[in-house]
Design a protein around this ligand. Structure first.
Ligand SMILES: NC(=O)c1ccc[n+]([C@@H]2O[C@H](COP(=O)([O-])OP(=O)(O)OC[C@H]3O[C@@H](n4cnc5c(N)ncnc54)[C@H](O)[C@@H]3O)[C@@H](O)[C@H]2O)c1
Ligand SMILES: [Zn+2]
Ligand SMILES: [Zn+2]
Length: 368
């Protein structure tokens, strides 16, 4: 079929919205009609050419939500009409990582996905016979996409799909970092660095876990105000003395849990140093620039602090995303407030501009 999609043709140039070919789903694959898709930093990072593992041409987009149109042979867990959230982090339920409760990093299709192919090593996207690669296994800046069954989370059909799309990436990443990676304990003191989608998600996750104090640190007063709406009990404008101020306000010890959601390695270091002596856990969710390293004075570790990394918030997508969506529907999570702009697919480059201007938290593309 011919579909409209936003194609990355050339790094550093605007995406080109045009028609491309999409083939029928093969065995184990699903054809999804997208209803909504968030515009995320990772899309822009690849479009800009900064991502060393990036490739073109490809159809970008990975924060999708939509409705299943057709399924390929052997697909059993999903049927036409189901509402789904796309997962750049799949869950096969069979690999050694899926069978462990210690990680969500499914191994089933990693290699092919990283190179832009579906699990059988080919693409369903093409134009004039030339293959177009799939981005993050999702390619959701498009009217339709074909994805592996193991990379789709079936969610409550009552959930509005524009809000559900947020759970495809940033929101689940932040909430999950607090619930799954850090396993925040009730009554604890938490500090979240960064109040973008991921940081605000971490604030929500800390609140859901029953944290007593949730301090959010950002450079923007507007964003700190959002943090208060989502459950931060205190806010702080970040600076060189942030660690000092946190240590001082915690009786000289530091916080039980810290979260880094800025991608800045200097802030990561602050998050490690602001964690409590004895048992403080620093969870790093931000993605640093190419070649950057995190500096930690080993004394901080010897004296009991720990550092954990978190990808997609440790969420095993097919199991975890539907549960988070249900908590949103139950009123525990305010997802709607994150949608700052609603755009059409043709305006996808406008979504990048808004993001670069830090105008709002999330632009969401809606497909008619
Ligand atoms: N681990 C994962 O699976 C995963 C998934 C999605 C995004 N990410 C990463 O998480 C990070 C955050 O993503 P986002 O969408 O929330 O980004 P964002 O840009 O919307 O938010 C980052 C926030 O950090 C703040 N900030 C910048 N410098 C700061 C400083 N020195 N001190 C305090 N705050 C500072 C900014 O003002 C901004 O509000 C990015 O690095 C992104 O790539 C990771
Ligand atoms: Zn994303
Ligand atoms: Zn797996």
């Amino acid at each position: 079929m011919r579909i409209r999609a936003a194609v990355l043709e050339e790094f550093g140039a605007p995406l080109v919205v045009r028609e491309v070919d999409l083939a029928e789903p093969r065995a184990g694959e699903v054809l999804v009609r997208l209803v909504a898709c968030g515009v995320c930093h990772t899309d822009l990072y690849t479009a800009s050419g900064a991502d060393p593992s990036g490739y073109a041409p490809t159809v970008l987009g990975h924060e999708g939500a939509g409705v299943v149109e057709r399924v390929g042979d052997g697909v059993t867990s999903i049927a036409p009409g189901d509402h789904v959230v796309t997962l750049f982090s799949p869950q096969c339920r069979e690999c050694v990582h899926c069978r462990s409760d210690r990680t969500n990093l499914c191994l089933a299709i990693r290699e092919q996905q990283n190179q832009g192919y579906l699990p059988d090593g080919t693409t369903r996207l093409a134009d004039g016979g030339e293959p177009i690669r799939h981005f993050m296994g999702t390619s959701t800046f498009a009217e339709y996409t074909v994805m592996p069954e193991i990379a789709l989370a079936k969610v409550n059909p009552e959930a509005p799909l524009a809000g559900a799309a947020l759970f495809a990436c940033g929101l689940s990443t932040g909430i999950g970092a607090a619930i799954n990676t850090a396993k925040v304990e009730a009554g604890s003191t938490c500090v979240v660095f960064g109040a973008g989608m991921v940081g605000l998600g971490a604030v929500i996750g800390c609140r859901l876990q029953g944290a007593e104090r949730i301090v959010c640190v950002d450079l923007s007063e507007d964003r700190l105000a959002l943090a208060t709406n989502h459950g931060a009990t205190e806010t702080m404008v970040g600076g060189p003395d942030t660690v000092e101020r946190i240590v001082e306000s915690t009786g000289g010890f530091g916080a039980d849990y810290t979260f880094e959601a800025t991608g800045n390695v200097q802030v990561m270091r602050q998050a490690v140093e602001a964690a409590r002596m004895g048992w403080g856990l620093c969870t790093v969710a931000g993605v640093a620039g190419r070649g950057e390293t995190l500096d930690i004075v080993p004394r901080f570790l010897i004296t009991g602090r720990r550092v954990a990394g978190s990808s997609f918030g440790g969420v095993k997508g097919r199991d975890g995303v539907p549960k988070l969506v249900d908590r949103w529907l139950a009123g525990e999570i305010d997802a709607d407030s994150f949608i700052s702009h609603r755009l059409t697919l043709d305006d996808v480059n406008r979504g990048f501009e808004l993001m670069e201007a830090q105008d709002g938290i999330r632009s969401v593309i809606e497909f008619s």
